[in-house]
Write a protein that binds this ligand. Sequence first.
Ligand SMILES: *[C@@H]1O[C@H](CO)[C@@H](O)[C@H](O)[C@H]1NC(C)=O
Ligand SMILES: *[C@@H]1O[C@H](CO)[C@@H](O)[C@H](O)[C@H]1NC(C)=O
Ligand SMILES: *[C@@H]1O[C@H](CO)[C@@H](O)[C@H](O)[C@H]1NC(C)=O
Ligand SMILES: *[C@@H]1O[C@H](CO)[C@@H](O)[C@H](O)[C@H]1NC(C)=O
Ligand SMILES: *[C@@H]1O[C@H](CO)[C@@H](O)[C@H](O)[C@H]1NC(C)=O
Ligand SMILES: *[C@@H]1O[C@H](CO)[C@@H](O)[C@H](O)[C@H]1NC(C)=O
Length: 865
Amino acid sequence: MKSIHISLLSLLSFSLLLPVLSGPLSDTYTPTDSILLDCGSSADGTDADHRKWAADDSSKFRPSGNSTTAPAAFQDPSLLSPVPYMTARIFTSESTYKFAVSDKDHHWIRLHFYPSTYNSLNPEDAYFSVTASGGITLLHNFSAHVTAQALTQAYIVKEFSIPPSSDGALSLTFAPSTEHPNSYAFVNGIEIISMPDVYVEPATLVGFSDSTVDVGESALEVMYRLNVGGQYIPASNDSGLSRTWYDDSPYIYGAGFGISFAAEKKVQIKYPSDDSKYIAPIDVYRTARSMGPDNAVNKNYNLTWVFQVDGNFTYVVRLHFCEIQLDKVNQRVFDIFVNNQTATAAADVLAWTSEKGVPTYKDYAVAVAGGAGDKQLWVALHPSVESQPEYYDSILNGLEIFKLSNAGNLAGPNPEPSPLSMAQREQDREFQKDSLSKSSMIGGAAGGAAAIGLLAAFCFVVYRHKKRIDGGGSAGGSGWLPLYGNSHTSTISGKSCASSHLSTMAAGLCRHFSFAEIKQGTKNFDESLVIGVGGFGKVYKGVIDGGMKVAIKRSNPSSEQGVNEFQTEIEMLSKLRHKHLVSLIGYCEDDGEMILVYDYMAHGTLREHLYKSNKPPLSWKQRLEICIGSARGLHYLHTGAKYPIIHRDVKTTNILLDEKWVAKVSDFGLSKTGPMMNQTHVSTVVKGSFGYLDPEYFRRQQLTDKSDVYSFGVVLFEVLCARPALNPSLPRDQVSLADWALHCKKKGFLEDIIDPVLKGKIDPECLKKFADTAEKCLSDQGVDRPTMGDVLWNLEFALQLQEHNEEGKPMSTGIVVDSNSVTSGGSFDGRNPNESIGGRSGASDDSDGLTDSVVFSQLINPTGR
Ligand SMILES: *[C@@H]1O[C@H](CO)[C@@H](O)[C@H](O)[C@H]1NC(C)=O
Ligand SMILES: *[C@@H]1O[C@H](CO)[C@@H](O)[C@H](O)[C@H]1NC(C)=O
Ligand SMILES: *[C@@H]1O[C@H](CO)[C@@H](O)[C@H](O)[C@H]1NC(C)=O
Ligand SMILES: *[C@@H]1O[C@H](CO)[C@@H](O)[C@H](O)[C@H]1NC(C)=O
Ligand SMILES: *[C@@H]1O[C@H](CO)[C@@H](O)[C@H](O)[C@H]1NC(C)=O
Ligand SMILES: *[C@@H]1O[C@H](CO)[C@@H](O)[C@H](O)[C@H]1NC(C)=O
């Protein structure tokens, strides 16, 4: 009673204090000018963020010159709302929008482009330039179609900031390119919004101790704006400034993800001054990414982000910091590198702010030289060992990158046609060829892979996503591999380059193979031994040590999978050992080869034992055991390793079965590679295969361990119903298994869609438990989904129900078990799953050594061990 009292009181005082301290209303910036134009529309509208857009057909905003309006022919499913994208203004000759604005403010200009068919014009013909008053070229020879294709986005948002104009007139001129026949210009939405002076301080030029670069007088293009360690913040949540902040994880280099965390409730974010509260919203500072708890690990890696930018421009990198965990100076001290140069040595956020919870930021300017094409911008943090801080760690809360205008120009070239979409087409062909010629030869595995590949390709065409970058410059370089994460453009610089950098630990944990051994083991890469193909190259079935069967993945030398990534993969995989994860046995990097050797899984993929093959069907108990094993593997990934690892591509083709039918999760960690700016997201889309993809991720671009839980829910239904996650040949409402199964379950006829061979073989209580669990996994919101530990617990329980009822035994008396107890998000029945099954299985790989009855009694009585 007492404790309830206290918490109620503190809650009360907390909520009373809150408005006084952070005063959400007074913190909202009110822009002098806020013009949102829904171009080509004749009626005002509201977007998904409840922002109001005015029709540009009114006399007030109608542009000069010849233009027409048109609706888009097709609404891409990734458009968050029809406004402003479903109408466009089309310009066949030079036309100018004129706006009267305040002459004191900087202004944001955001241009929205949705390259669709308007008035039967070919979207590929639209090449144009956009010039702002003051002669600032924002875009030149711009093709929204090419850009969207390359970024695999449905629409493009370009964000600029321009300095005040003396006469308070702001104009935007759209001019079709004269170099292309039939060229026209178009725009779907224009935002003109005055902004507080948040980007005016000169930025330190990295590498030149006391040079600065003037920012305030310059026009800028916003390239990236990330809420590091946090989630997507929509424009409507940015204290009136209408900036959008995206998740940073796609830009993280390699597998060194560090850990993301949020401030505890009691930590107040205190802006140092009134002006500073518009620098970034509280939500940016409340979350952060740090390196992790292990000094030894942190000492050996850089927390690194990589961004794709246009060459021949100067960029300003703004790093937002706020210490939300520690209290003292010299606890967390780190070096900041921008493009491999030291930007600040021995940075200590608390020394800068002198207090926990106080935000600050640093601006660094860096010139990216070279031609106009694709360049990379690296930002890295490393513990400052010389400073001997208490923890070897670093922290970052937010990151923005702006391009500065160069001689009045901000326009870069159109990105190269996406290597990804080309690879996709390539792969598509390869898979088709494969499934025709090889399926009989190598059996279901490749067939399954081909089907999934085709499915992914199909979905890839249908759905193109809203991307997480703000417009972005250009697509990534030459990496082309959609299947297993992305590669870097770094080329392989010959032999032994990888091993010399491999940590001794990784080198000690897994074995080095000579190329001769590999060649011998695969009969010189005999095509008949191929068991999988992807953008990365091929997977062969092989033999080593005169008899041990292995799977050998050989990266296509032309795929340019970076040496760094290869190393990261080895380092990471060699440390992950679990009965329910496919193990890495060794690697070979002779002669510039990048070859990984894994356990061979005799029974192939789970999928080929469910449908679309002529294998004998699995019994229900076998299926349950396979689900339990995979749940264990995933639970280990989420909680058992040093850092939580999100698989990102849980599906029945990534669950493999060894000769004893033990389920092993494969392809984990591989997806954690590649920060190729414009492709990681996509690779996630292709990888995070459609039909399995977390809808919340779809909406928010935030990937969490609960995204894996969602995908696993689909796997559970797939196992139960023996049909693909997506089957485009079915009637519309049945295409998606997740939707269809949930629908059937709600209506109470789930029994009708389960695998016919299972009819009458599943104990009803077990079925209910299993289906309830799967349903919970498919909850729309991540927070409502159980953890992998909960899922594991429930599946164990379902298996017990099946076994006990099969044996005709009544459930042990005196034990109260609520079989509907899939709780949301948290643990079960008030029990922490980590104390019972989940934790143990996460921590060791011999958890299957226990007999089922022991497990069961522990489930019922977790303290009785
Ligand atoms: C508008 O179009 C007409 C005919 O299509 C052309 O004669 C005229 O010059 C155009 N006006 C402008 C301002 O380009
Ligand atoms: C935006 O703000 C509202 C109200 O403060 C909050 O309920 C919502 O969760 C926020 N949305 C995001 C994505 O942060
Ligand atoms: C920074 O160093 C890495 C290797 O450590 C290299 O791959 C990358 O290209 C460098 N970046 C720049 C911008 O020089
Ligand atoms: C971190 O990055 C800096 C700058 O590129 C580099 O000099 C250093 O070797 C890197 N450290 C590690 C451990 O990778
Ligand atoms: C870099 O930009 C300047 C100014 O826009 C231009 O004159 C120059 O030709 C560009 N250099 C390259 C290599 O593209
Ligand atoms: C315009 O863009 C297209 C597509 O990126 C490119 O092929 C063409 O060379 C560009 N033209 C000029 C003049 O830059």
